[in-house]
Design a binder for this molecule. Structure first.
Ligand code: KG4
Ligand code: ZN
Length: 355
């Protein structure tokens, strides 16, 4: 079917997202976040997130339909994130989507959240310059970095051939930003706070460890075999804690801006170098950036420098489409419908650890 109208539903973490897409055209992208309710806990509390989805779903759906100027009856298919993510949070979105599908008789598509982060790049308004967005190339690399995931994917076909090249073996990159921000006395979520503070710091002031690499020099990693494209940030987090304790034990003021900048550089050095390495070694010439950490100004700069140096085209979707949202789910759903993929059986269950 050409240009199907797809309703996309996202509830894997703290964002309740409903998006509407017609083919590759974005019609609406409504997001309600429960972030503020988690701030005092310094991290997302699953139970609170689930309840917030329940409260937010209907108003978010109604707002998205109003923004797009369409009726539920006009929709050709419904797409919903079925994993990975928080189990209880996923259940709210999946239950809502099944209820809508049953009530309206529309086909339902279960969507992998990570693949949807890539699929959003297909929307016409996703990536500037617009010429890039007409279609993603057939063989595409994706670097997905957020509070819940840190992965390098190889996407040969968004509908059926997505391969995981590497992933974190402990904390996600965004999680490391949040934990280090807490150590430095910054507010949650820590990513934006560290990004801002780091601009006043010296990224070379402290040499923090680069997990799962054999460092040669800045910008080059030689990674050990089995974890060549994988990441580890827990050792880095501990190194920052020891460093801060050291200043305190000596009665010195902690140079927070330098610590923030040096920590940030350690994370971004590894993720950009490994993403480029994965592209080069697999003959991939286009890399797409996704997830909340893609908002990081230094990441954008470093990714741009390093991909350019190796002749790789970098695609960075606009920020509102990089963070979790329903439009990315709808965008991938539209691809599945246009490629003639059969809808999901309504009996599917959400899978919090979906590969
Ligand atoms: O994709 P997202 O909105 O939600 C999920 O985790 O799925 O990503 C949120 C994460 C948080 O860990 C937050 O600290 C991080 O993205 N983040 C950033 C920046 N903005 C958000 N990390 C580094 N620099 C930023 N500017
Ligand atoms: Zn995400």
């Amino acid at each position: 079917q050409a240009n199907p109208l797809i309703l996309g539903i996202e509830s894997s973490c703290d964002e309740t997202g409903v998006g509407l897409v017609r083919g590759t055209e974005l019609l609406a992208n409504t997001v309600s976040s429960s972030m503020e309710e988690h701030v005092r806990f310094g991290g997302v509390i699953p139970e609170i997130a689930s309840r917030a989805h329940l409260d937010a779903f209907v108003p978010t759906l109604e707002q998205a339909l109003a923004d797009a100027g369409v009726d539920l009856d006009d929709v050709d298919a419904i797409a919903v994130t079925s994993g990975p993510g928080l189990a209880g949070a996923l259940m709210v979105g999946v239950s809502a989507a099944k209820a809508l599908a049953l009530a309206t008789g529309k086909p339902l598509y279960a969507i992998n959240h990570l693949v949807a982060h890539v699929g959003v790049g297909l929307l016409e308004e996703s990536i500037a310059p617009a010429s890039h967005a007409e279609a993603l190339p057939e063989d595409l690399g994706a670097l997905l970095v957020s509070g819940g995931h840190t992965e390098i994917l190889r996407v040969r076909s968004i509908a059926q051939d997505v391969e995981l090249l590497g992933a974190t073996i402990d904390d996600a990159a965004g999680e490391a930003f949040d934990k280090v921000a807490r150590l430095l006395g910054l507010a949650y979520p820590g990513g934006p706070a560290i990004d801002k503070l780091a601009r006043d710091g010296n990224a070379r002031a402290i040499r923090f460890p680069r997990g799962l690499t054999v460092p040669k020099y800045m910008g080059t990693v030689d990674a050990p075999g089995p974890h060549r494209y994988d990441f580890s940030f827990s050792g880095l987090k501990t190194a920052v804690a020891r460093c801060v304790e050291g200043y305190e034990a000596r009665g010195e003021t902690v140079p927070v801006a330098d610590v923030a900048a040096s920590f940030q550089e350690a994370v971004l050095d590894v993720i950009t170098a490994k993403a480029v390495l994965a592209c080069l070694e697999n003959g991939i010439t286009t890399l797409l950036l996704g997830g909340g950490v893609a908002a990081n100004s230094r990441l954008r700069e470093l990714a741009r420098e390093r991909t350019a140096a190796d002749g790789i085209t970098l695609l960075v979707p606009k920020l509102s489409l990089c963070t979790d949202n329903g439009a990315m789910v709808a965008a991938l759903g539209a691809q599945l419908v246009m490629k003639g993929v059969a809808p999901s059986d309504l009996a599917f269950a959400p899978d919090s650890s979906m590969p």
